[in-house]
Design a protein around this ligand. Structure first.
Ligand SMILES: *[C@@H]1O[C@H](CO)[C@@H](O)[C@H](O)[C@H]1NC(C)=O
Ligand SMILES: *[C@@H]1O[C@H](CO)[C@@H](O)[C@H](O)[C@H]1NC(C)=O
Ligand SMILES: *[C@@H]1O[C@H](CO)[C@@H](O)[C@H](O)[C@H]1NC(C)=O
Ligand SMILES: *[C@@H]1O[C@H](CO)[C@@H](O)[C@H](O)[C@H]1NC(C)=O
Length: 192
């Protein structure tokens, strides 16, 4: 009997320990407990580096125009145009390199004097220790500047109450098709 109990509790620990080590527990009770422990939680810095593939052309675009005014959405600024995206994020600039997540949300041309986007999206991680966790970014993206800095304003899962900065720079842009590969560096503060 003692032996059985030992074996059972061992399995219990193993089963629980794997998901707990890799991702945050979900559900209202788990979130409440997480907040109760917050005063003792340590802040940590996590750095990300990945490539974002914005595919607007071809048979399988991952960015599609969902709204545009018939008056102002003209080159070179396209003021008022809005695209919904589900762009893949990969470890390298090659579109076939390992996928780490998706950028899901929308962007719209929001400046009447230069081509600049309002970015409203979630980075949804689909691999490794961040699988299932998200970071939310809201910022201004003047596409033709070398470095664009955008705030990371929150997150879910292991990134609850996260804050950070994303820096984007375009590493490849096809002016004919409009497809782009953008390098992202993200520095984010969150809790252990
Ligand atoms: C834009 O659409 C509105 C509403 O359909 C229409 O009244 C207007 O004439 C259009 N303007 C142009 C420049 O096509
Ligand atoms: C990526 O993979 C697809 C299908 O496997 C292939 O057709 C394409 O040429 C590859 N692209 C690159 C840049 O290697
Ligand atoms: C990520 O999590 C999903 C859902 O929990 C699971 O189906 C998937 O296999 C996981 N992927 C990896 C690479 O761990
Ligand atoms: C750029 O896009 C055009 C139009 O889709 C395509 O014909 C061309 O091959 C692309 N250039 C590169 C370098 O991929």
């Amino acid at each position: 009997m003692g032996k059985t109990r030992l074996v059972l509790s061992f399995c219990f620990i193993v089963i629980l320990a794997i998901p707990m080590a890799q991702c945050a527990e979900l559900g209202p009770k788990a979130v409440e407990e997480w907040f109760e422990k917050l005063p003792h939680a340590k802040q940590k810095l996590t750095k990300f580096h990945f490539y974002y593939h914005d595919v607007v052309s071809g048979k399988n675009p991952t960015a599609i125009t969902i709204a545009q005014p018939n008056t102002t959405a003209k080159p070179p600024i396209y003021f008022g145009i809005v695209d919904m995206i589900d762009d893949k994020l990969t470890v390298g600039p090659d579109p076939n390199s390992t996928i780490v997540g998706r950028a899901q949300g929308f962007y719209g041309s929001a400046d009447q004097n230069e081509f600049s986007l309002l970015m409203t999206l979630n980075f949804v991680f689909t691999s490794g220790e961040y699988n299932g966790s998200t970071l939310s970014m809201l910022g201004r993206n003047p596409l033709f500047h070398q470095y664009r800095e955008m705030p990371v304003i929150g997150g879910s899962g292991v990134f609850r109450l996260a804050q950070g900065i994303a820096t984007a720079n375009t590493c490849w842009f096809n002016t004919t098709s409009g497809d782009a590969v953008v390098e992202y560096h993200i520095m984010v503060l969150h809790y252990e």
